[in-house]
Ligand binder design. Structure first.
Ligand code: UDP
Ligand code: MG
Length: 138
């Protein structure tokens, strides 16, 4: 079955929405294969979001992602990548569909509580960024 990488972002942890977010994800049929709480430093956050380096929101995004602990997790489901993007909703919660995680809980386009990989290729890279193969329970 397919895997994707999710991150409960620092706003999610700070606002004590961790339990609600995990409950929502599990209720949609995802299995949590791995999770841990980490605090990213600047080089790590910059490496993770390297694809956005040229964007005007990059520096603020890095400050946000390093502002407190976050919880990366490996999720498993059929079509995990597209299914997960579907249940989290659009990047900007104002544009997210009703019933999606970001519509339910996110504050704004930056503090949108959760990350989800956008392709199977990126999911593989992002999982490897946080979890050595030995930590992945299959
Ligand atoms: N972001 C932001 N301003 C924007 C677009 C994105 O602060 O105008 C932040 C937001 O936290 C988002 C992350 O940068 O989740 C990565 O952006 P991307 O376009 O990859 O959105 P995602 O894949 O998370 O929906
Ligand atoms: Mg993205």
């Amino acid at each position: 079955m397919d895997l994707t990488l999710a991150i409960l972002k620092p706003d999610c942890v700070r606002r004590k929405l961790t339990g609600k977010a995990i409950d929502f994800i599990e209720s949609k049929g995802f299995k949590t294969l791995c999770m841990k709480k980490v605090k990213l430093d600047r080089p790590q956050a910059e490496a993770f979001y390297a694809v956005h380096k040229s964007k005007n929101f990059f520096n603020d995004l890095i400050l946000f992602m390093t502002s407190g602990p976050c919880i990366p997790m490996v999720l498993q489901k059929e079509e995990a990548v597209t299914e997960f993007r579907e249940i989290i909703g659009a990047t900007d919660p104002k544009k997210a569909k009703e019933g999606t995680l970001r519509k339910l809980y996110a504050d704004n386009v930056q503090e949108n509580i959760i990350h989800g990989s956008d392709s199977m290729e990126n999911a593989k890279k992002e999982i490897a960024f946080f979890f050595p193969l030995t930590e992945i329970i299959s």
